[in-house]
Design a protein around this ligand. Structure first.
Ligand SMILES: Cc1cc2nc3c(=O)[nH]c(=O)nc-3n(C[C@H](O)[C@H](O)[C@H](O)COP(=O)(O)OP(=O)(O)OC[C@H]3O[C@@H](n4cnc5c(N)ncnc54)[C@H](O)[C@@H]3O)c2cc1C
Length: 379
């Protein structure tokens, strides 16, 4: 395995770094507030206008045809300069890749350009009040009426749902079916009559989530992604992107690990020497995750696939992030509650606690790893 970047990849990094250093905005309000949402949308538009919104997408849909390795490089540079969290991450990193793979020509032309330009912000409508880990027990229904679906039911925990324009969701379209069969993957405009969106406050008090009620909502059957009744396969492909490299690239954690080292250097004389090892371990763990990601992406580019191993990624980045933030809080002590320049460790810590839950809980990922990676019998 060659750990060096090619001259083209190095040139890509130089170009991305120069642009980001010249353009990254000052810290913004939380994207879960009305003002913060608009600030983040403006930033997304700026990225799009300069061709940096979705570097690995095809040019015809607003990307720049970069390879996945170049995308990882872009992510490193993006988070290194402290650029904002991505407002349309559901559209860019979850729906976009499955649209590229399973969407019709019309669907790709209709949806992808508006995702990349942030004209349409997406949320994910999978979880329901009684269907989380056991997603196949969902009860929201899609009933066919001519060329339309009539949707009824309730989705919950939809991140960015309060301000989103669209939702991609899973619905039972075959009433005689059970479990994973007979589900359809449907794209729902949230301005449709019959949709009610109710905010849910997150641990930080901002309405980062929404519950979405669907009361006889009519959407064209043409909004079905993939074959009718085969939504589960498409959804699992989305989940692969979510748990694998797309949603949480190493660049984000690298930036936190570098920040942790700087915080430690500034306080070394004040804190217990035993913290030194924890800081070093956190940094090494992130570097190992980074190398592992470059390895698995290289494997994919060589024709391989990322299957159930995506669950390993998910457990790795989510638990690593909690440990890293926990170390930062111990390092800062009471100062962690103060807004210290760019050291927002407390917010980061609170968000890291959600990592083992979203994108499928880590207990479920461990079940998948046991059964499908290690080949152990079902418990
Ligand atoms: C920050 C955040 C963002 C989210 N964003 C979205 C979103 O945008 N769209 C969306 O649809 N959902 C979203 N979710 C919801 C998320 O997908 C669910 O919370 C998750 O799948 C778990 O479902 P649940 O909350 O219903 O918990 P449950 O499924 O009720 O699980 C409760 C506990 O039991 C454990 N458990 C359940 N079954 C098993 C089993 N078979 N073996 C071992 N342990 C088990 C779980 O691991 C968990 O610890 C988000 C969640 C969070 C925290």
């Amino acid at each position: 395995m060659d750990l060096n970047f090619t001259p083209e990849e190095e040139a890509f990094r130089v170009k991305a770094r120069a642009w980001l250093e010249g353009n990254a905005p000052a810290p913004m309000e939380s994207m879960d507030t009305p003002d913060g949402f608009e600030q983040h949308r403006d930033w997304e538009e700026h990225l799009y206008e300069h061709g940096w919104a979705a570097v690995s997408w095809p040019r015809e849909f607003g990307g720049r045809d970069a390879t996945l390795i170049e995308w990882l490089i872009f992510e490193e540079e993006y988070y290194r300069v402290g650029a904002p969290r991505r407002l349309n991450q559901n559209g860019l990193f979850l729906l976009g890749p499955v649209l590229l793979e399973y969407g019709t020509k019309e669907q790709k032309e209709r949806y992808l350009p508006k995702i990349v330009s942030a004209e349409e912000i997406w949320c994910q409508g999978w979880s329901e009040p009684n269907a989380g880990s056991d997603l196949a027990s969902l009860t929201s229904k899609a009933t066919r009426d001519g060329d339309e679906w009539v949707l009824t039911g309730q989705k919950t925990w939809c991140s960015r749902g309060v301000y989103a324009d669209w939702m991609f969701g899973l619905f039972r379209s075959d009433p005689s079916s059970e479990r994973h069969k007979g589900l359809s993957y449907i794209l729902v405009p949230l301005e449709s009559p019959g949709v009610t969106v109710r905010p849910i406050a997150q641990i930080d008090g901002e309405p980062g989530f929404a519950e979405v009620f669907l009361d006889n909502v009519r959407v064209p059957v043409a909004n079905t992604l993939g074959p009718e009744g085969e939504g589960w396969q498409i959804a699992m492909s989305t989940a692969g992107f979510e748990r694998g490299v797309a949603l949480r690239s190493p660049g984000r954690f690298m930036a936190s690990a570098d920040r942790l080292v700087s915080s430690y250097m500034a306080r070394e004389h004040l804190v217990s020497p035993s913290l030194r090892n924890d800081v070093i371990n956190s940094w090494m763990e992130v570097e190992a995750y980074r190398l592992y990601t470059f390895w698995s992406v290289s494997r994919k580019l060589a024709g391989g696939t990322i299957g159930a191993e995506a669950s390993l990624n998910k457990v790795w980045w989510s638990e690593m992030d909690v440990r890293l933030h926990d170390t930062a809080l111990r390092l800062l002590g009471e100062d962690a509650t103060l807004p210290l320049g760019d050291e927002h460790w407390l917010d980061g810590f609170l968000f890291s606690l959600a990592g083992p839950i979203y994108a499928g809980t880590n207990e479920i990922q461990r079940n998948i790893i046991a059964e499908r990676v290690l080949g152990l019998p079902r418990s």
